[in-house]
Design a protein around this ligand. Structure first.
Ligand code: AMP
Ligand code: MG
Length: 313
């Protein structure tokens, strides 16, 4: 998944559990990588109309992504790949497509054109076919690490582990408490470097950050273009945010939210939280202001250098 991953588990069976975790992560890559030849999603993107056959796990993931796209009015969009690819975010050959090219590509990013149906030739097994309109391409990059994290924690749990912490490229997920029985403390990175902005005390929880400060390129026009895109404009997001950290039990939900809230910007993100209240967040704005939701009270503590943070009620 083009990042570093660390799995740390505690308990008697931890070596074997970690081996299983590693296997599970590699399997995820074979399923959802957009760049690994012959991964399931790679094959789907090669022949979107024909589609691919798969079981409930990946169907569930795609279905979840579509539902989140609907709930966030397209802030999360699992089929932006034709656009992000044109900007060079998969190859590293960055470029700024012209307006006409973007306009053409935006015709291919309607997530309502993803179809999931029972696979007609496999009545015995619970199999489904995922297909899309010609030219469409799926990218589960915004939810993949959360999905993988949940999968790994389930695996560790089944192997008898009660205490673990995993870091999948900055997505932190914890199982249970620390071996001493106290909650884990997860730090939220300061986008400008130095001490973390805050720490959050959690157990059985995902703490997932999306930010514009780690993956971006500088255009010839001197502007910074980040890897998170706005599906309405076909351009990298430019708003008042630097980073969004989503906090909730499910890694998948947290991952989808951190990306979607980042796309929304602070005002819409706050409204979305007020309407749902089934997760928490920490938002860092470009002016260094910090917002956090009321559910984190008593769990969040700020470091000396952080400007006064505002609690959203
Ligand atoms: P994350 O780091 O979880 O915020 O996910 C960012 C990744 O998701 C990018 O590298 C793209 O592959 C993909 N992506 C970019 N913008 C979006 C978006 N608006 N909705 C869904 N996926 C996106
Ligand atoms: Mg995400």
């Amino acid at each position: 998944m083009d990042t570093f991953m660390t799995v740390r588990s505690y308990g008697r069976n931890c070596r074997e559990a970690n081996r299983l975790a590693r296997e599970s992560l590699l399997e995820c890559e074979d399923l959802i990588s957009t760049t690994k030849e012959n991964s399931l999603i790679y094959m789907l993107n090669e022949e979107p109309e024909k589609g691919v056959k798969t079981g409930v796990e990946i169907c569930g993931l795609v279905d979840f992504s579509i539902k989140m796209a609907e709930r966030t009015y397209g802030a999360l969009n699992p089929v932006l790949f034709p656009v992000t690819r044109a900007w060079g975010f998969t190859s590293g050959n960055f470029r700024i497509p012209d307006e006409q090219e973007i306009e053409e590509l935006l015709k291919l990013v309607d997530y309502r054109n993803i179809k999931i149906e029972p696979a007609e030739d496999s009545a015995e097994k619970a199999e489904f076919r995922i297909s899309m309109k010609a030219g469409m391409m799926m990218d589960l990059g915004a939810v993949g690490k959360g999905f993988a994290g949940d999968r790994v924690l389930k695996m560790l749990s089944l192997a008898g582990i009660e205490s673990a912490i995993i870091d999948l490229g900055g997505n932190i997920q914890v199982l249970g408490n620390k071996p001493d029985g106290s909650p884990w403390t997860v730090g939220v990175k300061n986008p400008w470097g130095g001490e973390p902005v805050c720490g959050i005390k959690v157990s059985d929880c995902a703490v997932v950050t999306s930010g514009g400060y780690e993956r971006f390129f500088e255009g010839e026009d001197g502007r910074r273009y980040i890897h998170i895109f706005d599906g309405r404009t076909g351009c990298p997001v430019e708003n008042d945010l630097v980073a969004v950290t989503a906090v909730c039990a499910s890694g998948l939900y947290a991952d989808s939210l951190s990306t979607a809230l980042f796309v929304m910007g602070s005002e819409k993100a706050v409204s979305f939280w007020r309407e749902n209240r089934d997760f928490d967040f920490v938002i860092i704005k470009k002016d260094a202001a910090v917002l956090y939701t009321a559910g984190l009270k008593g769990k969040i503590f700020f470091t000396a250098g952080t400007p006064a943070a505002v609690c959203v009620e």
